[in-house]
Design a protein around this ligand. Structure first.
Ligand SMILES: C[S@@+](CC[C@H](N)C(=O)[O-])C[C@H]1O[C@@H](n2cnc3c(N)ncnc32)[C@H](O)[C@@H]1O
Ligand code: SF4
Length: 387
């Protein structure tokens, strides 16, 4: 039996400029009228989810949600607030440094947004230019203090490590500078070279020096040590939080629980099915107008997929995977199906079972794909279930 989602993701596929490393579903230079139509279409799609949605977490991401004007944000966030019911949810909006003007902040605060996530990537001005970012280090400092002064007590900042030609000491300068801003939460992502990006083309032409894997690993450990001294706990392979400030929205994903997703290119996991919306914003708008939905892919989630996916995402986290919960949900238990693999992981210091939760050590986390492989063996062909 599937349970109704307690989380909603809303995708805003617009950015002022495309960053050189980014392959997310986002487009630069959309005219205001296009963004207006897109927002109106989001409201139509929101309406298809029903009313009185008991949402515990809401995440408006992108792209750049603050590519919307204050009044567009007002309209969107106001409609979400009307559609939901129940106690105050964790409500995150992604923002780019330098876009926290008075109108936008007023729209965020009046609708109940209580968490801001901001893509900082680096605090080195030369590196920011190279990444193709539109902001300066000063924009970051000013925006974080504006947000804290405005009453946002839950701010996340994203950084990228292992950037081309980045040294360990340059990376640690970024880590120290970001700690000084006192965010409640930090996401640290290892640089990825995605197909079709300026970075990947430059690397393939030999114009960007990729960081060696050992250096990337050293950067991760050094950052983790420094953040731990500063009171931030690593609770997922890329995420650190002050006590009580873990992202509940992301924990919902990592626990492989269902979620609504609206907007161009948004995924949803509802009724034992994963659905993907049309990624192109104009075609998305047309599909919703013509057909009332914009789903381009559906994947039925049986108990085998749910077992594998719950393990793969749960093992990324410090809380790990609740093995009794997994068995109740899917009928499968790694202690019975993959006992030998679990013993081997424990002997090699890669995993442990404590209080019925399977967790990975840092060494295990770093080779998650290898750890996961044997869990795929010996599974039956599929039957049905996503939470
Ligand atoms: C979906 S983006 C949206 C955040 C927001 N638009 C921004 O960039 O300010 C979320 C985060 O993913 C990370 N990211 C995006 N592309 C990446 C890549 N190629 N390698 C590593 N991290 C990446 C960045 O840290 C970014 O802030
Ligand atoms: S990293 Fe963020 S701001 Fe840059 S293009 Fe991607 S989504 Fe837009």
């Amino acid at each position: 039996m599937s349970v109704p989602p307690k989380s909603l993701y809303v995708h805003i596929p617009f950015c002022e400029r495309k960053c050189h490393y980014c392959a997310f579903n986002s487009y630069a230079g959309a005219p205001d009228a296009t963004i207006d139509r897109y927002v109106e279409t989001l409201l139509l799609e929101l309406g298809t989810l029903g009313s009185d949605l008991a949402l515990e977490t809401i995440y408006v991401g992108g792209g750049t949600p603050t590519a919307l004007t204050g009044s567009q944000l007002d309209r969107l966030l106001g409609a979400i607030d009307v559609a939901r019911s129940g106690p105050e949810p964790e409500w995150t909006v992604e923002m780019n440094p330098g876009t926290a003007d008075r109108d936008r902040l007023a729209a965020l605060l009046s609708s109940g947004v209580n968490r801001i996530s901001m893509g900082v990537q680096s605090l080195d001005p030369v590196r920011l230019k190279r990444l193709g970012r539109i902001h300066t280090p000063e924009d970051v400092t000013t925006t974080v203090s504006t947000l804290h002064d405005a009453g946002f007590g839950n701010v996340n900042l994203d950084l990228i490590y292992g950037q081309p030609d980045q040294s360990l000491s340059q990376w640690l300068d970024d880590v120290s500078a970001i700690i000084a801003l006192e965010p409640e939460h930090l996401s640290l992502y290892a640089q990825q070279y995605e197909e079709g990006t300026v970075y990947t083309r430059a690397r393939d032409l030999g114009k960007l020096g990729e960081c060696a894997d050992e250096v990337v690993l050293e950067m991760f450990h050094a950052a983790r040590d420094r953040l731990s001294e500063a009171g931030y706990e690593l609770y997922e392979i890329s995420n650190f939080a002050r006590p009580g400030r873990q992202s509940r929205h992301n924990l919902n994903y990592w626990r492989n629980e269902p979620y609504y997703g609206i907007g161009a290119g948004a995924y949803a996991c509802v009724d034992d099915e994963r659905r993907l919306n049309e990624p192109d914003p104009t075609r998305y708008v047309d599909r919703i107008a013509d057909e009332g939905h914009a789903v381009v892919e559906r994947e039925s989630l049986g108990s085998v997929e749910t077992y594998v996916e719950t393990l793969a995402s749960g093992l990324r986290t410090k809380e790990g995977v609740d093995l009794d919960g997994l068995r109740a949900r899917t009928g499968f238990d790694p202690r019975q199906l993959h006992g030998e693999h679990l013993d081997r992981l424990a002997t090699e210091g890669l995993a442990a079972v404590h209080d019925g939760h399977l967790t990975l050590t840092l060494a295990g986390l770093w080779i998650l794909d290898t750890v996961m492989e044997p869990f795929l063996d010996g599974l039956p062909r599929d039957t049905a279930a996503c939470a």
